[in-house]
Design a protein around this ligand. Sequence first.
Ligand code: SAM
Length: 442
Amino acid sequence: MENELFPADFEKRVKNDAFLGEELLRALNTAAPVSIRLNPLKNFELDSGFQAISWCENAFYLKERPIFTLDPLFHAGAYYSQEAGSMMLEKVLKQLELPENPVILDLCAAPGGKSTLIASFLDQHGLLVSNEVIQARAKILKENLAKWGYGNTVVSNSDPKDFQRLPNFFDCIVIDAPCSGEGMFRKDPAARGEWSEANVDLCAGRQKRIVMDVWESLRPGGFLIYSTCTFNTQENEENVRWFTEQLDCEIVPLDFSPFKNDREETGAYALPNLVDTEGFYIAVLQKSPDSFRPAKFKAGNQLKTVRDISFLENYTDTRDKTILEWNNILFSVPQRFTAEIREIHQQLRIQKLGTELGTAIRGELQPDQALALSVDCRYPQRIELSKDQALHYLKGETFDLEGERGYQLVTYQNVPLGWIKHLGNRFNNLYPKEWRIRMRIE
Ligand code: SAM
């Protein structure tokens, strides 16, 4: 591997820090592992022979980095490519005393690695609000969550302080904070050029602000999971200590094995010299159960409930769902969270509500791409594609294909990819333009 030099101040810090030491620098100069997490609800299994990641279910190291773009199953949300260290989040979530149907906020969520993990952890129970403040990144988040296919997810594009309008709302808030990214130095040596002491200070200040801004929306007794992909104390231990000084909360002691407890025994690090990862930090705070409980929300009423849903039966499982209409588009959301979703819709800038089903025109559904990828989709008319056909489909092309007239769901290895409208001798490709593969596939 061609090594970029480390920034001199970073190198000096790490060498002088007995907790990290030169072993970390050596590990950052080796090739980063490649890992994926499978979607347990997408009917796809990896061949045997891949090393499982012990701290996260359905997660594996790959032997080499494939071109993910050329695998139709990647586009179908059958798996997500995720750094192994950040999969620590699953081990942490499993240890928290959460209600059976928790409401979880992933505040800094794009492109969606942690959110897809949280969705799988929830296993269609509870509700995940996945938020990203930067609009262009919120779009990518929406796409990745649509591909993952879980109906109990909402995507918003709001500033952390907007969540003050949802006081006492969440059982758990995950803050995977924007950080100085020292953990990126392994996979992406070019990232080393962007590091500076000043940026570490700037990130630490921003992280404090983000936590303070969103704190009120955590219910008393709820958990705040704080993480970064960096190794310095300012952004990690020192910030966590500061949170405990400023806020009515306590550190939650957890079993972090096989990771290394941090310098103050408050959280833990995935250090690339100790476990095969790029680097990650995590700690958990619990808001005091006796802290001030602000007023509960009143459900908003801007969304229309659709009562006659018989025309959807052929398309999606509507059990325990409420069908809502917003701007002429139909959404399927978990019935038990209808009031919460109405309120979220009223208070935040929404990108996605549950599963976007499509538009109803004269009692007929024009199905949306998100429905094709939803784990609740049960549309029976399907056409299986070869790998070559699937890639041409994902490029937005059309080609000769046998099939009956009307909407057909095209699949690859029986995993749905999207819709076509068959016209008898040819078909219209309905794969969304902005999702198309742009690279050459031959
Ligand atoms: N959780 C994501 C995942 O697993 O795929 C990665 C999140 S990345 C570490 C941090 C995110 O915070 C970025 O998407 C970034 O756009 C967002 N961000 C940047 N500044 C922010 C701010 N002031 N408040 C909230 N989020 C911010």
